[in-house]
Design a protein around this ligand. Structure first.
Ligand SMILES: NC(=O)c1ccc[n+]([C@@H]2O[C@H](COP(=O)([O-])OP(=O)(O)OC[C@H]3O[C@@H](n4cnc5c(N)ncnc54)[C@H](O)[C@@H]3O)[C@@H](O)[C@H]2O)c1
Length: 312
């Protein structure tokens, strides 16, 4: 049993992660301001080894005292997404980058840090290529920049870290987000019966939120052989274009109309395939398919419409 500190544990990834870690017997403390969903962790209150602290991760003295008591540190708290960071520039920098710097400076030798960032900077201008961990990251949004800088800080200041560059996450979570591409397409197809695509051949990589959780647990079990490294983390069979994704959704929601707008540019310039070979060689492979994620999302958005509180 390990003692784990998770920041942002009430979020989309964090609420699924806290739940699984407690289920398998670990002790979990999480700090979260509960910005969006106040009840995404309520089902965990009965665990004696669960502690939710409603606080700001920028509070230095709190973080310092918690670092001493926990072995694994999983900093998820952030302002997530380009529009939210554009609206709150100062907070984005202090939450996404400065707090990580502070955390790394205060961490002790015993702390093992598992840090998640986005792979979204890879694909801008790299058209016919599989991006691996050595491909240059050129984030265009403030969100992407704050996360890339934080990854650099973790890698330069800590000796005991594993960093993941995540594909776009999909699937059901206790704190639901519908701004993520697969989740958004499924919700829109249900609500409007229509998907409108710009630049439909732009390619992306995806991963189910439960596979992200599995990867973190795998990392804890294999920390020594994985540490001091950065890994892409995505589902290799889900390197697909937006039109292929829309067609997969139409297979399950047959009445969906797909409309392609020809002369309009997508502001999101990502167009790339990502290689996940490095982590697969270490023995971890994401396995939850887009098809099963889509069917789970159809259930969620059909039956539980009001529970989504997006970041912007
Ligand atoms: N979801 C994805 O597709 C994806 C992809 C790549 C990387 N990530 C990274 O994974 C992490 C989690 O993302 P998510 O999708 O779960 O986002 P989320 O917005 O659902 O969760 C973020 C959580 O952080 C909390 N938070 C924000 N500022 C805080 C502060 N100052 N103090 C305390 N708590 C604060 C929020 O209340 C929220 O619960 C982020 O670091 C994000 O950059 C996510």
């Amino acid at each position: 049993m390990s003692k784990i500190l998770i920041t942002g544990g009430a979020g989309y990834i964090g609420s699924m992660l806290c739940t699984k870690l407690l289920e398998v017997g670990h002790s979990v403390t999480t700090i979260d301001l509960l910005k969006y969903d106040k009840s995404s962790l309520s089902h965990l209150y009965f665990y004696k080894n669960f502690n939710l602290i409603k606080e700001d991760i920028r509070k230095k003295s709190l973080i310092k005292s918690l670092l001493k008591k926990h072995e694994y540190i999983i900093p998820l708290a952030a302002l997530v997404g380009a529009p939210l960071c554009e609206k709150n520039k100062k907070d984005a920098i202090s939450t996404n980058t400065k707090s990580i710097k502070l955390l790394c400076e205060m961490a002790t030798k015993k702390n093992k840090i598992i840090y998640l960032t986005t792979n979204s900077g890879y694909g801008v201008g790299e058209k016919n290529k599989y991006c691996d961990e050595n491909s240059p990251l050129r984030p265009i949004s403030l969100y992407g920049k704050t996360k890339c800088e934080a990854e650099d800080i973790v890698r330069s200041k800590s000796q005991n870290y594993v960093c993941f560059r995540l594909a776009t996450v999909f699937g059901y979570s206790y704190r639901m987000r519908s701004d993520l591409l697969v989740n958004n397409f499924v919700q829109t197809a249900i609500k409007k019966g229509k998907l409108t695509l710009y630049e439909p051949h732009f390619r992306r990589n995806f991963i189910h939120v439960r596979d992200v959780v599995r990867a973190i647990i795998f990392t804890m079990k294999n920390f020594n052989k994985m540490k001091k490294n950065v890994y892409n983390l995505g589902l290799s069979s889900a390197n697909i274009s937006k039109i292929m994704l829309a067609k997969k959704i139409k297979k399950q929601l047959k009445k969906t109309k797909i409309e392609i707008i020809k002369n309009r540019k997508d502001p999101d310039k990502r167009d790339y395939f990502v290689s996940n070979k490095k982590i697969e060689r270490k023995g971890f492979k994401a396995k939850i398919t887009l098809e099963s994620g889509i069917s789970e999302l159809i259930q969620n958005f059909t039956n539980d419409r009001n529970k989504v509180i997006n970041n912007y």
